[in-house]
Design a protein around this ligand. Sequence first.
Ligand code: MBD
Ligand code: FE
Length: 248
Amino acid sequence: MSTRSELVIQDLVKAVREVLWRHDVTFEEYRAAVGFLMKYTKGPEFEVPLTCDMLFNATISDIEMKHRKGSISNLEGPYFLEAVPEIADRIKTRGEQGDELIIEGRVTDLAGNAVEGAQLYIWHSDSQGFYSGFREDLPTDLYRGRKVIGPTGAFHVRTTMPAPYTIPHDGPSGELLGFLGRHPWRPAHVHFKVRAAGFVEHTTQAYFAGGQWVDSDCVEGVRPALVHEPEERGGAKVLKINFVLDPA
Ligand code: MBD
Ligand code: FE
């Protein structure tokens, strides 16, 4: 009996060989492709996960949803950090720039019951598209927080609007985007991860209707159910979002 890895890898190789046959790929073209892959050994280490995430992370999230009934999963991306401050109702930001954003909703089980004690991690870019912890001038207590959910399941967090972001595109991942006829932009988005004992860990993102690049996300992560039309409230935008967790 074959292992699962053996089955998947055998199918993958078969699929690539079919493409080579379909396009009559020559030895010169084959050598050029190997040369392209060699660029990954000469550049920064993040290029390998970046290319993989760019091409396949969204697909894995979609496959995960085949086995889940709760709210829809989406890419984790490369900027999640475990060690973040617990917050009451405000994420620390540089404050001076960007529109205010209020994020509110509930964390529940499939039946709508509050999941008390759930840990809701929220992270997003600053108004320039940069993530804290990945730049010297942006310490990790900014633009990130962990909210512990109370007995009603409700949360209400105040922060600032994120901005569109270009993935690093001066290496082979960027070159590959070029071959695919794609630009390197992601639309503005907010990341969420919910952890609770007895439930499947839930990782997702929220996007904003009408935002730049929402229709052409370079990592193809946007799903209609994740695009929100924020309300206006006292000069702030309000993102209403519920997280429905599947049992473990
Ligand atoms: C990001 O900010 C992101 O969320 C993903 C999925 C990929 C690259 C950068
Ligand atoms: Fe992101």
